[in-house]
Design a protein around this ligand. Structure first.
Ligand code: ADP
Ligand code: MG
Length: 278
């Protein structure tokens, strides 16, 4: 079975005035179906760009990305819109971007179903199941501003799952929540991921996510630099299929590993040390 998400050599270049910003620099990424993956990295490292490409909101400048049976680089604009609507649920950092303030919780959750043409009976059935799944059965008639931030993100999660997409993408979903509430939302993601088989990708600064993620992938300068798999204590450097790796900045600085370096086998490992600079 091929992986659910396969990204190979993704580049994204933004043109700003007469300047080019390279947001992704040959990024490789593989995600299995049903995995809960956290993407972490400094601000500006390319996390949102990657998420937007995964969600079909943006297309890469080069490289290949396949999600399920969709080769996103080959879809027409029209097919990409359908992909977005049917295959992906989004949750944004700002609760306000996820929910319509003048609609009730139920109306918010049913809106995507209404637009997709589901019958009233089917909408009610799905909405009730989603409200239970996100633990808000008692808040069906509330308006978003009557809910806490955590509750709003739970409703947002229900909205994102309204049409049962196989992929859930969340960009800093806990960014505006306190630690405890953030942890609750993350546990909810984990539960949904397991109970509904949804593949979840969370972009986050929140290190609490490491407690729920199957894999934490660190992005630096538009490439995957390291990852930690659930259960491992260690974070591993990732070497891509071209043999490239990003040294942890601390080692680079400590050993002065910039420019020319020597690489050699040293028994069961490989050593890297600075070459005399000219
Ligand atoms: P992150 O989400 O990790 O903070 P982003 O993916 O938003 O990073 O941005 C990566 C880089 O691309 C940054 O340098 C950012 O300024 C630039 N960038 C992102 N989106 C745009 C855009 N629409 N136009 C121009 N530059 C952009
Ligand atoms: Mg971002």
């Amino acid at each position: 079975m091929p992986p659910y998400v396969e990204a190979r050599g993704l580049f994204k270049i933004y043109q700003v005035a007469d300047l080019e910003v390279v947001a992704l620099q040959g990024l490789d990424l593989t995600i299995e179906a049903g995995e809960l993956v956290a993407i972490v990295g400094a601000s500006g490292s390319g996390k949102t760009t990657l998420l937007n490409i995964l969600g079909g909101l943006d297309v890469p400048s080069a490289g290949r990305i396949v999600v399920g049976e969709y080769d996103l680089t080959r879809l027409s604009e029209h097919a990409l819109v359908r992909y977005r609507r049917e295959q992906v649920g989004f949750i944004w950092q700002q609760p306000a971007r996820n929910l319509l303030p003048y609609l009730s919780v139920t109306q918010n959750i049913e809106l995507p179903m209404l637009l997709a043409g589901l019958s009233p009976a089917e909408r009610r059935r799905r909405c009730a199941a989603l409200l239970t799944a996100v633990g808000l059965a008692g808040k069906a008639t509330a308006r978003p501003d009557e809910l806490s931030g955590g509750e709003q993100q739970r409703v947002a999660t229900a909205v994102a799952l309204a049409l049962d997409p196989p992929l859930l993408l969340a960009d800093e979903p806990t960014g505006e929540l306190d630690t405890e509430t953030a942890a609750e939302v993350l546990v909810l993601f984990r539960h949904l991921c397991r109970s509904r088989g949804v593949t979840v990708v969370i972009v986050t600064h929140d290190l609490a996510v490491t407690a729920v993620a199957d894999r934490v992938i660190r992005i630096r300068d538009g490439r995957v630099s390291s990852e930690a798999v659930r259960g491992d204590r260690e974070e591993f450097v990732v070497i891509d299929r071209l043999g490239r790796l990003q040294l942890p900045a601390t080692l680079r600085d400590q050993y002065g590993l910039v420019g020319r370096a020597r690489v050699a086998a040293a028994g069961d490992h490989v050593g890297i040390w600075p070459a005399p600079q000219e």
